[in-house]
Structure formats: C-alpha cells, structure tokens
Design a protein around this ligand. Structure first.
Ligand SMILES: [Zn+2]
Ligand SMILES: [Zn+2]
Length: 144
C-alpha cells in the first residue's frame, strides 16, 4: 500500500498516531514499510539489523506499541506468526497453501456497506477483512 520512501514519511506516520518520532521508532516503521507487504517481527528485526544495532526485545516492544496506536497494522491469521504492514484501512489475503499474507485494497473486494446497514442496521466506518484461500501460484500448482 502506501510505502514510506523517507524517514520524513515515517516521522509523519508516527505523529499522526500520537507517538513521539524517536529514532528507534522511525527505524522500525521504515523496516516494516520496506517489506512492500506484510512482514513478520523476525523480518522487521533482520531489516533493522542491516544498518543499526537494536536489540530484539526493543524492536518487538516498539512493534507492539506501533500496532496498539494504529501506526501500523497487525494481522493475525491462525497459527501463523503475526504480520505487520503499513497503510490505511485495507484488507489481507492469507494463502492457506504457502502461508503468504498479502495486502488487498478494499476497492478490490466487493463489500456492500449499504446492504450491511440495511440488513443488519450496522454503520460501517472501517473495513479490515482477512480473506483466505489459495494465492495465484498455489492455485496454479493445485491445477485450480
Ligand atoms: Zn500460496
Ligand atoms: Zn496490509
């Protein structure tokens, strides 16, 4: 989704979430964004360690904080490791074949808010769905 191309963008994202943009937080947000899609905490750690010295517990703690404040998205899917990504309201696809998780723009999913409002009386302000199935590669491999 929205990729952060600079430390400045990371700083803005943190400030929007009401977090002080410390250097460590900027590094972690940038590492999540560098994944170009959902990444695990381990992948974020590896990315941070490429250029900085930061211990694992600190990185994990910052990830938790960022997710709690809504600066980044946390995607939990079954028994898989939690994944993190950046970008405003969007959904995710979890492949049950290879376990890969990818970001899906809500525009790609036909979700009828007015139908939900009419039939259930619910006013939807945010959509964040987890879709499951087979990704293109796995579907092809399965001959589907
Ligand atoms: Zn797959
Ligand atoms: Zn995402």
């Amino acid at each position: 989704m929205t990729l952060l191309d600079s430390a400045e963008a990371a700083r803005e994202l943190l400030e929007r979430a009401g977090l002080e943009p410390t250097l460590n937080r900027i590094m972690v947000v940038s590492a999540v964004a560098a994944g170009h899609g959902p990444v695990t905490a381990g992948e974020v750690l590896a990315e941070v360690l490429r250029e900085h010295k930061l211990n694992r517990v600190t990185v994990y703690r910052i990830l938790d904080l960022l997710a709690e404040k809504g600066a980044i998205n946390r995607i939990s899917s079954g028994e898989r490791a939690q994944h993190y990504c950046v970008g405003r309201a969007h959904s995710h696809f979890h492949c049950t074949g290879c376990g890969r998780i990818q970001c899906i723009a809500n525009e790609a999913i036909r979700f009828d808010e007015s139908a939900v409002a009419d039939s259930l009386g619910l006013l939807v302000s945010h959509v964040d769905l987890v879709l499951e199935g087979l990704c293109r590669d796995c579907a092809r491999a399965a001959g589907a």
